[in-house]
Write a protein that binds this ligand. Structure first.
Ligand code: HEM
Length: 247
């Protein structure tokens, strides 16, 4: 139902026409610009999570390799860029992308709802799984905050009392030995896989691609990226829980 009923109750999905934007005025920023921004920032995140997952898998080689990798990230391009400058540049880029991505997602979602009421929401939902994207995205945001407090900053109670700055391997093992935390990581990574599969698939529409072959190709790429990420990352908390990875 998408119109006020005869008995006077109002469907919450329907936006009164007075609140609808004037169709003669184009919104600011334009919707196409927001979609391109979502696609560019989303691509940065996909690159980051894949790179991060490859680095995380070094945990299977051993504590020294894993800790060297973490230290290597901090000293990237030394002495050209002193100290952990490159890591900080990456952090700033990621935070800027995150702000733009969240702003873009919420603005596009609200715009589609206001522009077409219940119908608009359905159209957008069909196209990029918008409702799922908003909720998985917001939960992932909470996960990232928890994750940084846990493994980067060592803030208790998110981190364990054994946290030692610079000993990434030990911090990870102690953290994932907590069953609730291991389950939380598994669920978050599963949500990330859902979010990424929708996101990578919608890249093609955001960049203006329309061909059915191209869409099928992106559908396959989206599935592969999601599965690789899911298996690679989820294996780590599970390996710690079953005692395969230990101190
Ligand atoms: C089992 C999966 C994961 C493991 C084992 C893992 C491991 C780690 C470790 C050890 C660090 C700290 C590095 C250091 O400070 O030396 C870290 C940082 C980080 N991780 Fe993960 N991570 C996982 C999944 C994820 C996911 C799914 C995301 C994103 C959605 C993510 C985003 C980040 C971010 C943003 C940082 C902070 C980087 C920095 O500023 O130093 N991680 N991760």
């Amino acid at each position: 139902m998408s119109s006020p009923s005869a008995v006077g109750t109002v469907d919450p999905d329907v936006v009164p026409s007075a609140k609808r934007p004037d169709p003669t005025r184009s919104p600011h920023p334009p919707t196409w610009a927001l979609e391109v921004c979502q696609a560019v920032t989303g691509t940065v995140f996909v690159a980051f999570v894949l790179f991060h997952m490859l680095g995380n898998l070094k945990v299977y080689i051993g504590a020294d390799d894993f800790n060297h990798y973490a230290a290597w990230l901090r000293t990237l391009f030394n002495p050209l860029v002193p100290g952990d400058g490159v890591l900080w540049i990456l952090r700033v880029v990621l935070v800027l992308c995150l702000i733009l991505h969240v702003y873009g997602a919420i603005t596009l979602y609200c715009r589609a709802r206001i522009a077409r009421g219940g119908h608009g929401r359905k159209l957008l939902a069909n196209r990029i799984g918008a409702r799922t994207m908003i909720w998985t995205g917001l939960i992932l945001l909470l996960f990232i905050i928890f994750h940084i407090l846990d493994l980067t900053l060592g803030v208790q109670p998110m981190a364990t009392s054994h946290f030692v700055h610079g000993d990434a391997y030990q911090n990870l093992i102690y953290s994932f030995q907590r069953p609730a935390v291991a389950i939380f990581y598994c669920l978050a990574i599963a949500l990330l896989a859902v979010h990424l599969s929708h996101g990578v698939w919608s890249l093609i529409s955001d960049f203006g691609g329309t061909g059915s072959r191209l869409r099928s190709l992106f559908f396959i790429i989206a599935g592969l990226v999601a599965i690789v990420l899911l298996l690679g990352d989820i294996s780590i908390p599970i390996a710690v829980q079953i005692g395969f990875l230990t101190l």
